[in-house]
Design a protein around this ligand. Structure first.
Ligand code: MN3
Length: 212
């Protein structure tokens, strides 16, 4: 399947009760670019925390449980009003729900062996002229993002492709966009191995991005 069908193949299946997805590779599989300790803490503790957090909120709102998580994020204002969800729980849905979606997809697009998505590769070459140009633009956005957050390559509601970064665990569905590629630039994603060298982490990350 092409990563361009991620919405249907991955995101549409993420519903309550949420669970921490198994990685398709071992914690040390992305060495030397991402170390095993970082992967283990990132998956079990950080992602695990987001899963627990979003389950806790959804457990208190039975009306939410029939929706896929992406639908709740995309229509959050409307849904919050309809079910009378207070601001602090809306914030938890953004942070915990976004954290769960973002990480599920992050693990999914990485791997120890390249399985280049030809459809995506073709699209990127058409849009950016070359893979190098795409990587340069994406890397710059990820490197310059201030503080915690993610860099994303998305398709918007008009069918146009965009690159941008978002703060914290904000997910493109909040803007009505569908994520295609995402890179976690929270310090928890790289600090043990790279400390403050985010640019080096980003440069190395392309080696473990399975799909390109
Ligand atoms: Mn993370």
């Amino acid at each position: 399947m092409s990563i361009l069908n991620l919405h249907k193949e991955v995101f549409s299946k993420i519903k309550y009760p949420f669970s921490l997805p198994e990685l398709l590779y071992s914690y040390d599989a992305l060495e030397p670019y991402i170390d095993a300790k970082t992967m283990q803490i990132h998956h079990q503790k950080h992602h695990g925390g987001y899963v627990n957090g979003i389950n806790e909120v959804f457990s208190r709102y039975e009306q939410l449980q029939k929706y896929a998580l992406w639908e709740v994020l995309q229509n959050l204002d409307e849904i919050a009003e309809k079910f009378d969800i207070p601001a602090e729980d809306v914030e938890k849905i953004v942070n915990m729900g976004g954290g769960h979606l973002n990480h599920t997809f992050f693990w999914y697009i990485m791997g120890p062996n390249k399985e280049v998505d030809k459809e995506l590769e073709g699209l990127i070459k058409e849009l950016f002229g070359s893979m190098e140009e795409f990587k340069a633009v994406f890397s710059e956005i990820a490197t310059k993002h201030f503080g915690s957050g993610w860099a994303f390559f998305v398709i918007n509601q008009d069918g146009d492709y965009e690159l941008y970064s978002l703060l914290n665990q904000d997910n493109p569905y909040l803007l009505g966009d569908k994520p295609i590629i995402g890179l976690d630039v929270w310090e928890h994603a790289y600090y043990l191995k790279y400390q403050n060298r985010r640019a080096e982490y980003i440069r190395n990350w392309w080696n473990v991005l399975k799909v390109l």
